[in-house]
Design a protein around this ligand. Structure first.
Ligand SMILES: *Cc1c(COP(=O)(O)O)cnc(C)c1O
Length: 364
């Protein structure tokens, strides 16, 4: 690989500490934490940091990542976090212990695959409580549960739900309370005990902190909080976690003073959008060797005060450095923090090198 930048720096100790803190906070409320690895393409160094922080259960949305974790000899229980494809049932049963599900057809196929391998595959039935992504509607939970428990090769271990994703619906005492009551009803009317109530992702942590998590919710699936110390759905920084866990460095290849409004008739930009510009006069602009081919540029935030991303094309990102707290010259690096979307893209980009940092060795 070509040396130098762009490079994603990863502070493994801070991720380990975030894992331990989230685990501790949830444990106090009898909630188990599943570490979600999809945000960083399940890079084994980061998975190890989560596990070193005490995380046992792991979960990912992609079979490629789950298979990679098994190849790296992680023996932890792993959950597939995207409802399985019919065409994947064999590898799902082979590599994952459990999966989240909402389709009986798929569950029957998982069961068949499991029986052929002499295994039992664990099912978390997803219930859609309003976010309108995956899951059966609550009025269909009984009939679905009745079907699942009759299928040999499957073990129904719990109910789960997902919030704050498609519909942006916030987890609440009300909607998570429905999950708790559904479990009670399944126990009462069908005589079926369910061990796990999986009450969502990072956005559900707020209820743990506020002491309003309905009793009975005993699992959360946490990615963003552990990785970035943020909770995008609730638009907040989680004050008891580290935020300086990932940073992206890119090298400056041009610095020039230029007008802030392009000169000439405006057509579409390279991505088919019609750009608009505010006239701020002449500005000092730095171009870094980083573009949309490398990362999702909207997910980057320059860390130095007074620097602002103006835009990007496939190979170039333009940063206004007129008011930068540091002088920027050719060959310098601009350092960016990342949000979840930025992290997803940078961790999976083959053009972005990865530098794993431990100990105090994490400069600015
Ligand atoms: C991605 C995902 C999570 C983790 O979400 P974070 O916001 O990163 O904590 C949890 N559950 C499911 C089903 C997911 O797809």
């Amino acid at each position: 690989m070509v040396q130098g930048s762009p490079v994603l720096e990863i502070a493994l100790d801070k991720i380990r500490e975030n894992s331990a803190r989230v685990l501790q906070k949830c444990k106090e409320k009898n909630i188990d934490v599943v570490g979600v690895t999809k945000g960083f393409s399940a890079m084994h160094q980061i998975v190890s940091a989560m596990v070193a922080g005490g995380i046992q259960g792991l979960a990912d949305a992609r079979m490629e990542n789950i298979i990679e974790m098994r190849k790296r000899h992680f023996t932890n229980p792993i959950t597939l976090l995207r409802i399985p494809r019919l065409s994947h049932v064999n590898i799902v049963v082979r590599y994952a212990d459990s999966s989240i599900n909402s389709e009986i057809t798929v569950m029957k196929a998982l069961a068949e695959a499991a029986q052929k391998m002499g295994r039992v595959h664990q099912i978390i039935l997803m219930v859609d409580l309003g976010d309108l992504r995956e899951g059966v509607l609550k009025e269909n939970v009984f009939s679905t549960v009745k079907q699942i428990i009759q299928i040999p090769g499957l073990e129904l271990i719990g109910l789960g739900t997902n919030m704050g994703c498609f519909g942006g619906v916030l987890p609440s005492v009300n909607n998570l309370g429905i999950l708790v009551r559904l479990r009670q009803a399944v126990q009462e009317y069908l005589g079926i005990g369910l061990n796990i109530l999986s009450g969502g992702a990072t956005s559900s942590l707020l209820l743990v902190e506020n002491n309003t998590m309905p009793k009975g919710i005993n699992q959360l699936r946490i990615g963003e909080g552990i990785l970035l110390g943020t909770d995008t759905t609730n638009n907040r920084i989680i004050p008891w976690l580290h935020q300086d866990t990932f940073r992206l460095r890119a090298e400056v290849i041009e610095v020039k003073n230029k007008p802030s409004v392009p000169i000439g008739e405006i057509g579409q930009d390279a991505f088919g959008n019609i750009p608009e510009f505010e006239d701020k006069g002449i500005r000092k602009r730095a171009i870094v060797a980083l573009g949309r081919q490398e990362v999702y540029v909207e997910g980057l935030i320059p860390l130095a005060k007074g620097q602002k991303v103006l835009g990007a094309s496939s190979d170039h990102t333009i940063v206004d450095v007129t008011d930068s707290q540091y002088e920027i010259n050719i060959g310098d690096e601009i350092v960016f923090g990342l949000n979840y979307a930025g992290l997803l893209s940078a961790s999976d980009s083959r053009y972005v090198k990865k530098n794993f940092i431990t100990g105090e060795n994490y400069g600015s």
